[in-house]
Design a protein around this ligand. Structure first.
Ligand code: PRP
Ligand code: URA
Length: 208
Protein backbone atom coordinates (compact mmCIF):
# COMPACT_ATOMS: atom_id res chain seq x y z
CA UNK A 1 0.00 0.00 0.00
CA UNK A 2 1.01 3.62 -0.48
CA UNK A 3 2.87 5.28 2.34
CA UNK A 4 0.86 8.36 3.39
CA UNK A 5 2.93 11.10 5.03
CA UNK A 6 1.46 14.25 6.53
CA UNK A 7 4.23 16.81 6.89
CA UNK A 8 4.10 18.22 10.38
CA UNK A 9 6.25 21.33 10.48
CA UNK A 10 5.53 24.68 12.16
CA UNK A 11 6.54 26.75 9.11
CA UNK A 12 4.39 24.66 6.78
CA UNK A 13 1.45 24.89 9.23
CA UNK A 14 1.91 28.67 9.47
CA UNK A 15 1.79 29.08 5.69
CA UNK A 16 -1.12 26.65 5.39
CA UNK A 17 -3.05 28.91 7.80
CA UNK A 18 -2.47 31.83 5.42
CA UNK A 19 -3.67 30.00 2.29
CA UNK A 20 -6.74 28.57 4.04
CA UNK A 21 -7.90 32.08 5.00
CA UNK A 22 -10.51 33.27 2.49
CA UNK A 23 -9.33 36.88 3.00
CA UNK A 24 -5.79 36.15 1.74
CA UNK A 25 -5.04 38.07 -1.48
CA UNK A 26 -4.19 36.33 -4.77
CA UNK A 27 -0.58 37.58 -4.46
CA UNK A 28 -0.12 36.24 -0.90
CA UNK A 29 -1.89 33.00 -1.79
CA UNK A 30 0.42 32.40 -4.76
CA UNK A 31 3.57 33.28 -2.80
CA UNK A 32 2.70 31.01 0.10
CA UNK A 33 1.73 28.04 -2.10
CA UNK A 34 5.14 28.33 -3.79
CA UNK A 35 6.95 28.65 -0.44
CA UNK A 36 5.18 25.58 0.95
CA UNK A 37 6.26 23.77 -2.22
CA UNK A 38 9.89 24.61 -1.36
CA UNK A 39 9.56 23.56 2.29
CA UNK A 40 7.95 20.20 1.58
CA UNK A 41 10.66 19.39 -0.96
CA UNK A 42 13.15 18.75 1.86
CA UNK A 43 10.84 16.12 3.32
CA UNK A 44 9.77 14.40 0.09
CA UNK A 45 13.34 14.04 -1.10
CA UNK A 46 14.71 12.75 2.22
CA UNK A 47 14.91 9.13 1.01
CA UNK A 48 16.10 9.69 -2.56
CA UNK A 49 18.95 7.35 -3.52
CA UNK A 50 22.45 8.72 -3.84
CA UNK A 51 25.62 7.27 -5.37
CA UNK A 52 29.19 7.87 -4.38
CA UNK A 53 31.63 9.69 -6.62
CA UNK A 54 34.99 11.36 -6.26
CA UNK A 55 35.72 15.07 -6.54
CA UNK A 56 38.87 17.03 -5.94
CA UNK A 57 38.49 19.85 -3.46
CA UNK A 58 41.12 22.62 -3.45
CA UNK A 59 42.82 20.50 -0.74
CA UNK A 60 42.54 16.84 -1.86
CA UNK A 61 40.44 14.15 -3.52
CA UNK A 62 37.39 13.07 -1.55
CA UNK A 63 34.31 10.87 -1.86
CA UNK A 64 30.95 12.69 -2.15
CA UNK A 65 27.32 11.65 -2.67
CA UNK A 66 25.10 12.80 -5.53
CA UNK A 67 21.53 11.95 -6.54
CA UNK A 68 21.52 8.67 -8.46
CA UNK A 69 18.51 9.49 -10.68
CA UNK A 70 17.23 12.65 -12.36
CA UNK A 71 14.22 14.33 -10.75
CA UNK A 72 11.25 15.29 -12.93
CA UNK A 73 8.58 17.66 -11.59
CA UNK A 74 5.16 17.10 -13.19
CA UNK A 75 2.44 19.59 -12.18
CA UNK A 76 -1.20 18.87 -12.97
CA UNK A 77 -2.50 22.04 -14.65
CA UNK A 78 -3.55 24.48 -13.54
CA UNK A 79 -3.19 24.44 -9.77
CA UNK A 80 -0.04 22.28 -9.71
CA UNK A 81 1.81 25.14 -11.42
CA UNK A 82 1.59 27.13 -8.19
CA UNK A 83 4.01 24.75 -6.43
CA UNK A 84 6.53 24.32 -9.24
CA UNK A 85 8.75 27.38 -8.68
CA UNK A 86 9.21 26.57 -5.00
CA UNK A 87 10.21 22.97 -5.73
CA UNK A 88 12.38 23.95 -8.68
CA UNK A 89 14.27 26.48 -6.53
CA UNK A 90 15.37 23.57 -4.33
CA UNK A 91 16.07 21.13 -7.22
CA UNK A 92 17.11 23.45 -10.07
CA UNK A 93 18.42 20.57 -12.21
CA UNK A 94 14.97 18.94 -12.33
CA UNK A 95 13.24 18.77 -15.70
CA UNK A 96 9.56 19.68 -15.84
CA UNK A 97 6.72 17.79 -17.55
CA UNK A 98 3.08 18.91 -17.68
CA UNK A 99 -0.29 17.18 -17.52
CA UNK A 100 -3.38 19.23 -18.37
CA UNK A 101 -6.48 17.89 -16.60
CA UNK A 102 -9.67 19.47 -15.40
CA UNK A 103 -12.52 18.07 -13.36
CA UNK A 104 -15.97 18.21 -14.93
CA UNK A 105 -17.95 20.36 -12.49
CA UNK A 106 -20.99 18.06 -12.57
CA UNK A 107 -19.61 14.54 -12.88
CA UNK A 108 -16.27 15.37 -11.11
CA UNK A 109 -14.62 13.10 -13.71
CA UNK A 110 -11.16 14.22 -14.97
CA UNK A 111 -10.66 15.28 -18.60
CA UNK A 112 -7.19 15.35 -20.12
CA UNK A 113 -6.25 18.15 -22.53
CA UNK A 114 -2.44 18.27 -22.57
CA UNK A 115 0.66 16.21 -21.82
CA UNK A 116 4.36 16.77 -22.46
CA UNK A 117 7.29 15.04 -20.77
CA UNK A 118 11.08 15.13 -20.87
CA UNK A 119 12.97 11.92 -21.80
CA UNK A 120 13.96 11.48 -18.12
CA UNK A 121 10.35 10.40 -17.39
CA UNK A 122 11.42 6.76 -17.88
CA UNK A 123 14.38 6.57 -15.50
CA UNK A 124 13.77 9.53 -13.19
CA UNK A 125 12.02 10.10 -9.87
CA UNK A 126 8.74 11.80 -10.76
CA UNK A 127 7.25 14.33 -8.35
CA UNK A 128 3.58 14.56 -9.40
CA UNK A 129 2.43 17.90 -8.05
CA UNK A 130 -1.17 18.96 -7.40
CA UNK A 131 -2.25 20.93 -4.32
CA UNK A 132 -5.69 19.28 -3.94
CA UNK A 133 -6.40 15.55 -3.52
CA UNK A 134 -10.20 15.58 -3.45
CA UNK A 135 -12.00 12.62 -5.09
CA UNK A 136 -8.56 11.43 -6.23
CA UNK A 137 -9.82 11.12 -9.83
CA UNK A 138 -7.31 13.64 -11.24
CA UNK A 139 -4.32 12.09 -9.44
CA UNK A 140 -5.27 8.54 -10.53
CA UNK A 141 -5.71 9.67 -14.17
CA UNK A 142 -2.40 11.57 -14.10
CA UNK A 143 -0.53 8.54 -12.76
CA UNK A 144 -2.17 6.32 -15.41
CA UNK A 145 -0.72 8.69 -18.01
CA UNK A 146 2.73 8.77 -16.38
CA UNK A 147 2.84 4.96 -16.25
CA UNK A 148 1.81 4.76 -19.94
CA UNK A 149 4.92 6.86 -20.59
CA UNK A 150 6.94 4.26 -18.64
CA UNK A 151 7.46 6.27 -15.45
CA UNK A 152 8.57 3.85 -12.74
CA UNK A 153 9.13 5.84 -9.56
CA UNK A 154 6.33 8.30 -8.81
CA UNK A 155 5.73 10.34 -5.65
CA UNK A 156 2.47 12.30 -5.21
CA UNK A 157 3.02 15.73 -3.69
CA UNK A 158 -0.01 17.72 -2.52
CA UNK A 159 -1.07 20.33 0.00
CA UNK A 160 -4.54 19.32 1.17
CA UNK A 161 -6.03 15.83 0.99
CA UNK A 162 -9.06 14.08 2.43
CA UNK A 163 -9.70 10.42 3.35
CA UNK A 164 -11.76 9.77 0.18
CA UNK A 165 -8.94 10.93 -2.14
CA UNK A 166 -6.19 9.14 -0.22
CA UNK A 167 -8.18 5.87 -0.32
CA UNK A 168 -8.90 6.08 -4.05
CA UNK A 169 -5.32 6.97 -4.95
CA UNK A 170 -3.66 4.37 -2.74
CA UNK A 171 -6.00 1.63 -3.97
CA UNK A 172 -5.45 2.49 -7.64
CA UNK A 173 -1.67 3.03 -7.35
CA UNK A 174 -0.35 1.36 -4.18
CA UNK A 175 3.24 1.83 -5.39
CA UNK A 176 2.91 5.65 -5.22
CA UNK A 177 3.68 7.30 -1.89
CA UNK A 178 1.50 10.27 -0.92
CA UNK A 179 2.93 13.40 0.75
CA UNK A 180 0.51 16.07 2.01
CA UNK A 181 0.82 19.21 4.13
CA UNK A 182 -2.60 18.47 5.69
CA UNK A 183 -5.22 15.72 5.74
CA UNK A 184 -8.67 17.29 6.12
CA UNK A 185 -11.99 15.95 7.34
CA UNK A 186 -13.99 15.01 4.22
CA UNK A 187 -15.41 15.92 0.81
CA UNK A 188 -18.66 17.87 0.55
CA UNK A 189 -21.44 17.03 -1.92
CA UNK A 190 -19.89 19.39 -4.52
CA UNK A 191 -16.57 17.52 -4.37
CA UNK A 192 -14.75 20.23 -2.36
CA UNK A 193 -12.47 19.40 0.56
CA UNK A 194 -13.81 20.43 3.99
CA UNK A 195 -12.48 22.70 5.47
CA UNK A 196 -9.94 22.86 2.60
CA UNK A 197 -9.06 26.16 0.99
CA UNK A 198 -11.66 26.48 -1.77
CA UNK A 199 -10.82 26.28 -5.46
CA UNK A 200 -7.04 26.33 -5.57
CA UNK A 201 -6.70 27.12 -9.30
CA UNK A 202 -9.08 30.06 -9.04
CA UNK A 203 -7.34 31.42 -5.95
CA UNK A 204 -3.88 31.10 -7.57
CA UNK A 205 -4.82 32.75 -10.84
CA UNK A 206 -7.55 35.16 -9.72
CA UNK A 207 -10.28 33.50 -11.80
CA UNK A 208 -13.76 32.41 -10.72
C1 PRP B 1 -8.50 20.80 -9.04
C2 PRP B 1 -7.17 20.43 -8.40
C3 PRP B 1 -6.99 19.01 -8.79
C4 PRP B 1 -8.40 18.48 -8.83
C5 PRP B 1 -8.61 17.64 -7.62
O1 PRP B 1 -8.32 21.06 -10.38
O2 PRP B 1 -6.11 21.25 -8.79
O3 PRP B 1 -6.37 18.83 -10.04
O4 PRP B 1 -9.26 19.62 -8.81
O5 PRP B 1 -9.86 17.08 -7.63
P1 PRP B 1 -10.09 15.51 -7.70
O6 PRP B 1 -9.17 14.88 -6.69
O7 PRP B 1 -11.53 15.36 -7.31
O8 PRP B 1 -9.84 15.05 -9.08
P2 PRP B 1 -9.52 21.53 -11.36
O9 PRP B 1 -10.12 20.35 -12.02
O10 PRP B 1 -10.43 22.44 -10.61
O11 PRP B 1 -8.76 22.31 -12.51
P3 PRP B 1 -7.89 23.64 -12.47
O12 PRP B 1 -6.64 23.35 -11.65
O13 PRP B 1 -7.58 23.87 -13.90
O14 PRP B 1 -8.71 24.73 -11.85
N1 URA C 1 -10.19 21.21 -6.21
C1 URA C 1 -9.96 22.34 -5.51
O1 URA C 1 -9.32 23.28 -6.01
N2 URA C 1 -10.42 22.40 -4.26
C2 URA C 1 -11.09 21.40 -3.68
O2 URA C 1 -11.50 21.52 -2.50
C3 URA C 1 -11.34 20.24 -4.44
C4 URA C 1 -10.85 20.16 -5.71
Amino acid sequence: MSKVLILNHPLIDHKMAIIRDKNTSTKDFRENVSEIGALITYEITRNLETIKKEVETPIKKTEVKVLSKPVVIVPILRAGLGMVDGIHNIIPTAKIGHIGLYRDETTLEPHTYYQKFPDEIKEGVILLVDPMLATGGSAVAAIDILKKHQAKQIIYVGLVGCPEGVKRLSEAHPDVDIYLAALDEKLNSDGYIVPGLGDCGDRLFGTK
